[in-house]
Design a protein around this ligand. Structure first.
Ligand SMILES: [Fe+2]
Ligand SMILES: [Fe+2]
Length: 512
């Protein structure tokens, strides 16, 4: 250092030049680009990720449900934090430039880096499990189509399964007692396999086999009112919610599949899996339920957990029939007619977020179209009247949004029964001529207590409710039975249709 001073003095330089200091503060263009990219990514990635979560998943941003609200805020927070730190850093840098301070400082670099790492990790958590689709999904009998009218003699049913690797398969089927198999082979290899069974006759025994494997027998429903029609419904399997095997109701599955119990159809009311973006949970869920759905024609409704973070694509691939393109692409509401019993399956998962003008128009048209003397049954994942407690800031009882927007339609058109899941208990409620059924919890842990009992409640069962509801409709009478995990009867009620023959209906209450 001393030698340097001597040389400078020898050239008569009296004061050190400020130029080298200014140059040391100036950033290279590479540093500028790197700083801009890192800080920009630190700010924008959380916001883009947030948009990706909200838009395709249709999460309700203004939901009153605290975990969703705080979760979304937590995701957006790193971006906002990086923006504030960078802004403060920049302002301080401008003011203290002569003091030798640089922008961006280590704090800005660090905050941007941490933000990027957090968001990439979160993004990987919700996207990778959906993309890693290894393994097969066993065959299921899925009820297909929007409007299935047995009077024509056919019952729309498809055999659906998934193979981890693209394969071509052959399915054959025949009516019981027939020697002749009908066969359908796929033309091209694929993962998703749907085989429609054309020309199925009602109330008949059939069998099918995949790739000339063992034959599996199943029956098609009768055509009411010519015979009694029995179906089972339950919701909230929530595969993946617990590690306990206890949630698998094997005795229930066995009871529903037992031909002597005469169940013709099964309705799964949503929340099949706990985390809809986890392909492994979907595969486990379908595997668990396939002992039932491979022999009983099954319908699935989508639940809020199923849809989570793009899970809707997995729902479509595994459980949603491709018979109707508009059903697959735009919405999941549908109508199924079994003789004089009409099922309206709605796409309602929490409050009324999915109750669009189009769905309302469709529902009104169906309710108007269904013959006055026929049975009309509505199903959705979320509930209307229901008992419950406040949980995480959301009132889990009498859902004011769905009551306000849908119940007037139910009452006006004299809907007979409305089935829901979403709540993890079994309950029967009746008000203004409509019976509301909370089906019981098919898998997840039951609700421990309820602080608010709905005025419409006539029977409520908490605690051990790994159960389902059984409905037998014969002529103008429906017997509703709640069953527990051992298929034992918990509660029974008889409902007489308010949509009976017009002349009787006129005498009884008049139709609005
Ligand atoms: Fe649930
Ligand atoms: Fe739910």
């Amino acid at each position: 250092m001393g030698g340097t001073i001597t040389l400078v003095e020898g050239r008569n330089v009296t004061a050190p030049s400020p130029v080298p200091e200014k140059q040391s503060l100036r950033r290279s263009w590479k540093t500028t680009i790197a700083a801009g990219a890192v800080i920009g990514a630190g700010i924008l990635l959380p916001l883009l990720f947030l948009a990706w979560l909200i838009i395709p998943s249709d999460l309700d941003f203004i939901s009153d449900y605290s975990p969703i609200r705080y979760g979304l805020m937590a995701i957006g927070a790193p971006g906002l934090l990086v923006f504030l730190i960078a802004l403060i850093d920049f302002v301080v840098d401008r003011r203290r430039n002569q003091a030798g301070r640089r922008f961006p400082s280590r704090v800005t670099w660090l905050s941007a880096g941490v933000s990027i790492v957090i968001i990439l990790a979160a993004c990987g958590y919700v996207t990778l499990p959906k993309l890693l689709r290894r393994g097969d999904v066993p065959p299921q009998l899925i009820v297909t189509g929007n409007m299935l009218r047995p009077p024509g003699g056919e019952f729309g049913l498809s055999l659906a399964f998934w193979t981890g690797k693209p394969t071509t398969n052959t399915v054959r089927w025949r009516q019981g007692g027939s020697e002749r198999w009908q066969e359908w082979s796929e033309a091209a290899a694929g993962n998703r396999h749907w085989f429609a069974f054309p020309g199925l006759k009602p109330n008949s025994r059939y069998e099918y086999s995949v790739n000339v494997g063992n034959a599996t027998a199943f029956s098609t429903p009768p055509t009411p009112p010519e015979g009694p029609f029995r179906f089972a419904a339950s919701g909230d399997l929530h595969i993946g919610a617990t590690r306990s095997d206890d949630y698998l109701p094997k005795p229930v599955l066995d009871a529903i599949t037992d031909p002597t119990n005469r169940y013709s159809m099964f309705f799964m009311l949503g929340d099949i899996v706990h985390l809809g973006f986890r392909d492994d949970q979907w595969k486990e869920g379908v595997r668990v339920i396939s002992s039932l759905s491979s022999v009983i024609p099954t319908c699935y409704l989508i639940g809020n957990h199923d849809r989570l973070f793009g899970g809707v694509d997995l729902f479509r691939d595994y459980l949603c029939p491709r018979a109707s393109d508009d059903l697959r692409q735009d919405h999941f509401w549908r109508r199924i007619d079994i003789g004089n019993i009409h099922f309206l399956l709605l796409e309602l998962e929490w409050e009324d977020h999915y109750y669009t003008a189009a769905q309302e128009q469709w529902l009104t048209a169906q309710l108007t179209d269904i013959p006055q003397q026929d049975w009309c049954i509505v199903m959705s994942h979320t509930f209307y009247y229901c008992s419950g407690s406040e949980e995480d800031g959301w009132p889990w009882w009498d859902n004011q949004d769905t009551i306000r927007r849908l119940v007037p339609l139910f009452e006006k058109h004299k809907v007979d029964m409305v089935f829901s899941g979403h709540q993890h208990h079994a309950e029967l409620l009746q008000t203004n001529g409509v019976t509301y059924v909370i089906s019981g919890c098919f898998g997840d842990l039951p609700d421990p207590r309820h602080d608010h009992i709905s005025p419409a409640s006539t029977w409520l069962h908490l605690d051990d409710v790994y159960s389902f509801v059984e409905v037998t409709i014969d002529k103008d009478e429906a017997v509703v039975v709640f069953r527990d995990r051992n298929h034992q009867e918990l509660h029974r009620t008889v409902i007489t249709s308010q949509r009976v023959a017009p002349e009787i209906s006129g005498r009884r209450r008049g139709k609005a």
